[in-house]
Write a protein that binds this ligand. Sequence first.
Ligand code: FES
Ligand code: FES
Length: 268
Amino acid sequence: MNDNSPVLPRRTAVAGTVAVCGLASACARYGGPNTPQPDTIAGEDTGGGATGDVLGLASDVPVGGGTVFRDREIVVTQPSEGVFRGFSALCTHQGCVVTGVADGTINCDCHNSKFGVGDGAVLAGPAPEPLAAQQVSVTADGKLVTGGAPPDTTAQTTEPPAETTEQTTTEPAPPPLASTSDIPVGGGTVFADQEIVITQPTRGDIRCFSAVCTHQGCLVSTVAGGTINCDCHGSKFAIADGSVTAGPAPEPLGEREILVEDGRISLP
Ligand code: FES
Ligand code: FES
């Protein structure tokens, strides 16, 4: 493998098991777009019956249009009154987060792809595939939540929760992602499936960053010439710390947690 290592194919994020940081102090916990996050909407709760994360109020999603929840990388549409649809907000062209919903389509301004609000189908532009469907639902008090319909809490009993003492404790070790020898010294490798880029600025110094460009959310393309490069609009990031060295990106790439053990690199 060399500095121009190809971007590996993208797929659903890998579920983590044991969280142990094998890096220098700069590590941060990895959380991809499919990683459930705690409810982070200030002042909101899950209404006592929601099964997922609260996105906002269903009433804020316009009929015939939709709303992009950039933080969650979800777009929710309301093609007709009371019918809500959820889609991944990651454009299937080069991974930008879609820009907005207007004139009846979900629009990605990176290269002008457009998707239907009803089914996420490609209506225009270079995107090769529809937006992936994501389940969303509306709680009894009108909140949009990720996942399926919240449980009916009107018939709650006073029974204690089921015993959970038989939990499995023999999680298999995560499969290695690569060997440290696979990562070019002075360069790095983009792992598109996991949306991370692993670098090795100097021999034995393995670092990991988000591969999602902080400009408009494209996946970075390559590690070459001593920088991590996003070909969407030419941003470049330093392999040592992810800082911006060129281009329109406003912020460094976020650091991500990985495990490095016996020369093998894996996700926690
Ligand atoms: S049109 Fe969306 S990333 Fe190119
Ligand atoms: S998305 Fe614009 S430079 Fe990366």
